[in-house]
Design a protein around this ligand. Structure first.
Ligand SMILES: [Zn+2]
Length: 218
C-alpha cells in the first residue's frame, strides 16, 4: 500500500490506497496523462499545445527516447511552472513484472536520474508501469525509489500504436469525463491534428485539466 504520510504538503484529496485510475472525490477535473515519447515531433507538438492553450497534463516519460532531450529547452519552463508534470515510465518500456528486482530498479532508477538531471524533478511519487503491468514486487521496488503511486488509467485514446484521427476523437468523446485519468501517447501524429477537437470536448463538458500534483498536492 502506498505510504503518503511522508509528503511535506497537505493533500487536497485523500491519498488513494490503490493504484490511481480515477480522481477521487467530486468535481469536473480530468487528468490527461501522455506516455512514452517515441516521436520527438509529437512531444514537441504537445509542448506547443500546452503553450497555446494553457492545457495542464502529465507526461509519463520513457527516458530512452531522444525527444525528451530534443525538447528540453521548451519543456523545462512548463515543468518549472507546474503546467506540465513529469512522471516515470521506465527507461526502455519493459514489462516490469518480467524483471528481477534489480532490473526493475535499473529501469526506474535510470529515468529517475534522467529526469532529475534534465528537468530538476524526479517524478516521485508517480510512476506508470508499462502496459499497466505491475504487482506487489514491482510496487515494492518502485516505492523504495520514492514511486509510491502506481498510476494507471480509466480510459485510453488508444494511440500507443497508429490509429486514425477520427477514432482518436471517438475515444476522447468516450473517456473525457469528470474525474477520470485518461492515457494518451506521444508516439504517432494523429493526436497533433485533433487538438482543437479535444479542446472543444473539454470546453463543452466544462472539464478542468489538471496535473496529478494539481489534484493530489497543493
Ligand atoms: Zn507506455
Amino acid at each position: 500500500m502506498p505510504d503518503c504520510s511522508r509528503r511535506p504538503w497537505e493533500p487536497v484529496a485523500r491519498c488513494p490506497p490503490e493504484p490511481i485510475t480515477r480522481l477521487p472525490g467530486t468535481g469536473r477535473h480530468i487528468a490527461l496523462t501522455v506516455d512514452d515519447g517515441a516521436s520527438s515531433e509529437v512531444i514537441g507538438a504537445y509542448v506547443e499545445f500546452a503553450r497555446d492553450t494553457g492545457a495542464r497534463f502529465t507526461f509519463f516519460v520513457t527516458g530512452s527516447f531522444d525527444g525528451w532531450t530534443d525538447h528540453r529547452a521548451e519543456l523545462a519552463p512548463l515543468v518549472e511552472s507546474g503546467q506540465i508534470q513529469l512522471g516515470n515510465h521506465t527507461w526502455t518500456h519493459p514489462a516490469l513484472t518480467e524483471l528481477s528486482a534489480k532490473g526493475i530498479a535499473d529501469e526506474l532508477g535510470r529515468t529517475k536520474r534522467f529526469l532529475k538531471k534534465n528537468f530538476g524533478v524526479d517524478g516521485t511519487p508517480y510512476y506508470r508501469p508499462p502496459f499497466g503491468y505491475h504487482n506487489a514486487a514491482v510496487d515494492a521496488v518502485a516505492a523504495d525509489l520514492g514511486y509510491t503511486m502506481p498510476t494507471l488509467w480509466y480510459g485510453s485514446l488508444s494511440d500507443s500504436g497508429l490509429i486514425t484521427e477520427r477514432y482518436l476523437v471517438q475515444c476522447a468523446r468516450k473517456y473525457f469525463r469528470p474525474q477520470t485519468v485518461v492515457i494518451g501517447h506521444a508516439n504517432h501524429d494523429p493526436v497533433t491534428k485533433v487538438y482543437p477537437e479535444l479542446v472543444e470536448i473539454i470546453r463543452h463538458r466544462k472539464l478542468r485539466m489538471v496535473t496529478l500534483d494539481d489534484y493530489f498536492a497543493s
